[in-house]
Design a protein around this ligand. Structure first.
Ligand code: SAH
Length: 217
């Protein structure tokens, strides 16, 4: 089967599974997922499946990328903070749908590879940072949209909800080991935070790094 045929099959599967936003579907169609997938898995780049990347991490399943992006209700003039750059695929999809993406990754080698992909694809509206994303990106806050692509505990990290603008939306997988994870949508209103549980997922954990002494980064 040609790449083109695989792509069409994937897009049809996304539609069948609730991805109705045509901008999101177009972004998935345009970002070459094969560029984000390691060599041994090239033949599966357009399958609807998560795949391993380096250092025990994963590039998420396209359906989850599409549904989380759709749940973010992203406007084209907005700015998004993504936590967990990984391969860079989700950031690349977001970058086609908004003004600027800020993305944070704690594993330096993954970030270096993702940065090379962004450059090669000329995705010039993505800004990256190496560090602990649970602290957010205070210098650029508040954010209209925040997407976390690693699973937090029972609640979203406080630094992240604090950096969500009024009227802003955060999409984050939450849950403990026992009850499983669910994608949750959090909105900041004038009076506080609201929370909606969306659907079950499995993500690698959101890890908080122990603080490192100054000057060692
Ligand atoms: N969005 C990625 C998939 C992410 S996998 C993609 O499209 O490929 C989750 C990523 O979150 C991993 O790369 C992991 O290293 C990273 N991560 C986990 N905890 C983190 C933290 N506290 N800050 C930043 N990145 C974190």
């Amino acid at each position: 089967m040609t790449v083109e045929a695989r792509k069409i099959r994937l897009l049809m599967a996304l539609r069948r599974n609730g991805v109705t936003d045509t901008r999101v579907l177009a972004a998935i169609e345009r970002i070459p997922r094969e560029r984000f997938v390691p060599d041994p898995f090239q033949d599966q780049a357009w399958e609807d499946t998560a795949l391993p990347i380096d250092l025990g991490q994963t590039i998420s399943q396209p359906l989850i990328v599409a549904l989380m992006t759709q749940a973010l209700e992203l406007g084209e003039r907005q700015t998004v903070l993504e936590i967990g750059t990984g391969s860079g695929y989700q950031a690349a999809v977001l970058s086609r749908l908004c003004r600027r993406v800020y993305t944070v990754e704690r594993l330096r080698p993954l970030l270096t590879e993702a940065e090379a992909r962004f450059q090669a694809l000329r995705l010039n509206n993505i800004t990256t940072r190496h560090g602990d994303g649970t602290k957010g990106w205070p210098e650029q806050a508040p954010f209209e949209r925040i997407l976390v692509t690693a699973a937090g505990g029972p609640d979203a990290p406080k630094d992240l909800t604090d950096q969500l603008a009024v009227g802003g939306v955060m999409v984050i997988p939450l849950g403990d080991d026992y009850r499983g994870q669910r994608v949750v949508r959090i909105r900041r209103t004038e009076t506080g935070l609201t929370r909606e549980d969306l659907w079950p997922v499995r993500f690698v954990p959101l890890l908080s790094d122990p603080p490192s002494p100054p000057g060692t980064e």
